[in-house]
Design a protein around this ligand. Structure first.
Ligand code: NAD
Length: 504
């Protein structure tokens, strides 16, 4: 066995039995997944720690790739692009790899869920949902290789014109820590469906499930080099990857400040760069809505993953006539949460991902108090072990306050009142972010009016926070420049080539 990561022994006596596959995984120092050289340590032998957010203790160790390792990974991906095992296979065979990967994810659901839960503190029940979504995503993309069609273009005689859709080449995929394996699937699925090869860099805080997913891809026979994973710090590994001359497309999901840096580094090289960034979702409840449903749906969406969700509905706009009723209903829904060990089946609110994140969230609660917000529920960190925070509802918020403008990325909900539809619309649309919005109403005309005028790359009506592989989403302005999921995401991983033939 390789050098020990932690001693998974610390987890063997856990009150909830943890699977042997999971324990074996955290027990090993995890290596890089590159081409045919699987599970290799970094060239200089450097590693970094994965911390268990539920305890603050070291969970395991992972290879910290060097710039040289990144070069080897990109070179392997470039070679795979030209290999007959990938370039020359039929679309149906490419589809089959994705279907097989979906099956493997289903088979390993429990291990993936346990790893995600241990690595980033996500409640196991939510982690299982995530993994279910991952196999669904791969199945969805498995439907695409056989359906990526070009066009026949009407051109003047005697010419014949057509436009082909071809793979872009080596894709660099950089993902955040909040939905590690889900984000990996959002990028690997369309990239492979369109015939590209991929080098992934997961967030250093939560790299395990992406590594495990790569192992599954290998197990189902995906050719060497088609999917590679390099782990380590964004500044070193991420930048080496996105600035590598053989990388043709960069797909980044993460914070807006880092997104700007990604564009700075990759754009001058004329790579295709897509960035999916932060958000400050507006969630508007009108008095004619089913208020119980609105409160339950909003609470589910804001407390999921302890609020560490880009599309979390962090700004709740309620009509002034229903403010007290909505606050009461939200407090009731929030009281149903069980805060605790993420591996416990009963837990619905786990810890925040890191001490740094907990400090950030606490500082925003202080800011909310200083700016005149009223802490209606929660407001405090919990316990001395791990990074737990109470679900926090701030009432009496003004849309100009920092808690309403800045992305907090934790379990903090700001409640803001409005007087009429125009004011709700104006307030909701006043944000630097432009990712998503939701409306709760039984008035069909109002729903149609507002879906047209609300900003955001995704608008929900009488639901919030839900995604489906069949419909694309993505941000504008500070929230990004691209689409994930749906047909649009597949097209983002292709390039057009027009062909003009003179058949005379
Ligand atoms: P982050 O921006 O700190 O890091 C994201 C990834 O970028 C990580 O893998 C990190 O290592 C890497 N990175 C950091 N600096 C880099 C650099 N200079 N060059 C290359 N790579 C670099 O984000 P995070 O804290 O991991 O995730 C939380 C953020 O992600 C939030 O802002 C959230 O809104 C956003 N997010 C957006 C979506 C979406 O679809 N719009 C989805 C999930 C999360």
């Amino acid at each position: 066995m390789a050098e020990s990561g932690t001693g998974a022994d610390a987890y063997r006596g856990h009150c909830r039995p943890i699977g042997e596959r999971t324990l074996a995984f955290i027990d090993r120092v995890q290596g890089l997944r590159i081409g045919g050289a699987w599970d290799q340590q970094a060239k200089n032998g450097a590693t970094f720690e994965s911390i268990d957010p539920a305890t603050g203790r070291v969970l395991g160790r992972i290879a910290a790739a060097t710039v040289e390792d990144v070069d080897v990974a990109v070179t392997a991906a470039a070679a795979a692009l030209e290999s007959p095992e990938w370039r020359d296979i039929s679309p149906a065979r490419r589809a089959q790899y994705l279907f097989d990967l979906a099956d493997a994810v289903d088979e390993h659901l429990e291990t993936l869920a346990e790893l995600e839960s241990l690595d980033m503190g996500k409640p196991i029940v939510q982690a299982r949902d995530d993994i279910g979504g991952v196999s669904l995503t791969f199945r969805y993309y498995g439907g695409w290789p056989t359906k990526i069609e070009g066009d026949i273009n009407p051109v003047r005689s005697p010419f014949f014109g057509m436009t082909l859709r071809q793979p872009i080449g080596v894709c660099a995929a950089i993902t955040p820590w909040n939905f590690p394996v889900v984000m990996a699937a959002h990028k690997i699925g369309p990239a492979l469906a369109a015939g590209n090869t991929v080098v992934m860099k997961p967030a250093e805080i939560s790299s395990y499930t992406t590594l495990y997913l790569a192992d599954l891809a290998r197990e189902v026979g995906l050719p060497d080099g088609v999917l590679n994973v390099v782990t380590g710090a964004g500044r070193v590994v991420g930048e080496a990857l996105l600035s590598h001359e053989l990388v043709r497309k960069v797909s980044f999901t993460g914070s807006s400040p880092v997104g700007k840096r990604i564009l700075e580094v990759a754009s001058p090289q004329m790579k295709k760069v897509s960035v999916e960034l932060g958000g400050k979702t507006a969630n508007i409840v009108f008095p004619d809505a089913d208020l119980r449903k609105a409160a339950a749906g909003s609470a589910d969406a804001i407390w999921e993953n302890a609020g560490q969700v880009c599309i979390a509905p962090t700004r709740l706009f309620v009509h002034e006539s229903i403010e007290q009723e909505m606050l009461q209903l939200l407090a009731e829904e929030t009281a149903k949460l069980t805060l605790g060990d993420p591996l416990d089946e009963a837990t619905t609110l786990g810890p925040l991902v890191s001490e740094k994140q907990l400090d950030t969230v606490r500082s925003y609660v202080d800011i909310a108090r200083e700016e005149g917000g009223e802490i209606a529920v929660g407001g405090e960190a919990v316990g001395t072990e791990g990074f737990y925070m109470q679900p926090t509802i701030v009432a009496g918020v003004d849309n100009d306050m920092r808690v309403a403008r800045e992305e907090i990325f934790g379990p903090v909900l700001s409640v803001i009142t409005f007087r009429d539809e125009e004011e709700a619309l104006r307030l909701a649309n006043t944000s630097e972010y432009d990712l998503a919005a939701a409306i709760w109403t039984r008035d069909l005309s109002r729903a149609h009016r507002l879906t047209q005028r609300l900003r955001g790359g995704l608008v929900w009506v009488n639901t919030v926070g839900k995604l489906d592989p069949g419909i694309s989403f993505g941000g504008h302005h500070l929230s990004g420049n691209s689409r994930e999921l749906g047909r649009e995401s597949v097209l983002e991983y292709t390039k057009s080539k027009s062909v003009l033939i003179d058949p005379s």
